[in-house]
Design a protein around this ligand. Structure first.
Ligand code: TYD
Length: 137
């Protein structure tokens, strides 16, 4: 799916537990400039509901589970993140919504750029216009 993909992260397991490393441009396709995480998200809460113009992100659910719905104007799909080794890549001009956070969910996000409110498209109709231009140039 355009600008959306699954990234399988490595896992080193021994008698002491599991370890997953994430290196920019090695394990994920960009240099990491920012990391943030969502947690203590209440039942029934939906987050996201925006797109980015230039930002690349990889989402990993470190604990618990969360559903991510993505749309690129051509296709829509929902992905369950419930494994700390499963990364979800979301590139520019993809609408995303996060929902069904389990009580114990911790959603980690690696981002390619510093926080920039101007990179957000928070209006769905505006997203359809900007993303639609990608496929009708
Ligand atoms: P918001 O974009 O509403 O979160 P979500 O899309 O997950 O629902 O962000 C919530 C607040 O956090 C908002 O005031 C902006 C701030 N924020 C930062 O300061 N830096 C960041 O890297 C992010 C992602 C958000």
């Amino acid at each position: 799916m355009y600008n959306i993909g699954e990234i399988k992260l490595k896992k080193f397991t021994d008698g002491r537990g599991d370890l997953t490393p994430v290196e920019g441009k090695q394990d994920i396709p960009f240099e990491i400039k920012r990391v943030y995480y969502l947690y203590n998200v209440g039942a029934g809460i939906e987050r996201g509901k925006h797109s980015h113009r230039k930002l690349h992100q990889v989402l990993v659910c470190l604990n618990g589970s969360v559903c991510i719905k993505v749309e690129n104007t051509l296709e829509t799909k929902s992905v369950l993140l419930d494994d700390p080794c499963k990364g979800m890549y979301i590139g520019p001009l993809v609408w995303r919504e996060m929902y069904d956070f389990s009580d114990d969910a911790v959603l980690l996000v690696f981002a390619s750029e510093y926080y920039d409110e101007n990179d957000y498209i928070r209006d769905y109709d505006e997203f359809l216009v900007e993303a639609g231009e990608l496929f009708h140039e």
